[in-house]
Design a protein around this ligand. Structure first.
Ligand code: 15L
Length: 270
């Protein structure tokens, strides 16, 4: 794969992937609404608002593959999610089909399945249990990916990303942490693996406390190098600074489950 578009290039994950993948994909086109603050002189940037189809078509034109990080990355008001993650994601897949793009790696999220309790170990073929409008939008993106793969032959990898950071930030992240280099490895599988048609993988490193069966990723050669447990002391020290959260501490999605939760603890079921 030579010509690759990275949407959401100005965000934190985008910034990390630019550094990790810039030498792997020499023709890496960066896009976002505004240029990244640290845009280098050799980096190619093309602005686009994902909610505007003509702009999306222009920015995907001429690329072979897309890493789609763009959109709103946490819970937000419905109109924000609608424009950025529902309409924006549709525009991205549809523009890719129109312009003959071959592959898309879609940044889904653990919040598509955030209402599974922490004692459940889940694979990628479970029913989605979104914990937020944001999580619903990620489930929507996965469904779009399946449609465009099955009906239009695009090759699509959806990554249910846990949390990308240099080290796990709290106890929950000891289960879902994704080392940036492991994310880059997953993206490369999505863009380059010859057998891939449509898959969902968890974006997670080799974490002893993981809640997820990532067997599909391993079949495609994923060999994570990050081990959250090596950062256990840091994560637990950070956790000690947080208030207890009886809803968030029960479910995999953590605080995304707690936000706007109307029920009582007795209403929690699994
Ligand atoms: C996500 O999907 C968010 O984009 C990120 O900011 C974190 O909140 C992460 O999930 C998480 O669950 O920790």
């Amino acid at each position: 794969m030579k010509r690759v578009l990275l949407t959401g290039a100005a965000g934190d994950i985008g910034r990390r992937l630019r550094k990790l993948l810039g030498s792997v994909y020499p023709e890496l086109r960066l896009s976002d609404i505004k240029p990244p603050a640290d845009l280098g002189p050799g980096e190619a940037f093309a602005p686009a608002d994902l909610a505007v189809m003509e702009q999306v078509e222009a920015v995907v034109d001429g690329v072979d593959g897309i890493i789609h990080l763009g959109g709103f990355s946490v819970e937000g008001p419905w109109d924000t999610i609608l424009q950025s993650n529902i309409i924006g994601c549709y525009n991205l897949f549809e523009a890719a089909r129109r312009k003959g793009v071959k592959r898309i790696v879609f940044a889904s999220s653990n919040h598509a399945v955030g209402f599974y309790p922490r004692y459940r170990r889940i694979s990628t073929d479970v029913t989605v249990r979104p914990d937020s409008r944001y999580g619903v939008s990620k489930a929507f993106g996965e469904a779009l990916g399946a449609l465009y793969a099955d009906k239009h032959g695009l090759r699509v990898l959806c990554l249910r990303i846990g949390h990308v950071l240099d080290q796990p930030a709290d106890q929950r992240r000891l289960s879902i942490w994704l080392k940036p280099e492991d994310l880059a490895q997953l993206v490369r599988i999505g863009l380059d693996h010859p057998d891939l048609r449509f898959e969902i993988f968890y974006g997670v490193s080799s974490n002893d406390r993981s809640w997820w069966d990532n067997g599909r990723a391993h079949i495609y050669g994923y060999r994570p190098t990050g081990r959250a447990e090596e950062h256990r002391d840091h994560a637990l020290a950070e956790q000690a600074k947080l208030a207890a959260d009886k809803v968030g501490d029960f479910f995999q999605g953590g605080p995304f489950c707690t936000q706007e939760f109307d029920g009582r603890r007795d209403d929690i079921w699994d």
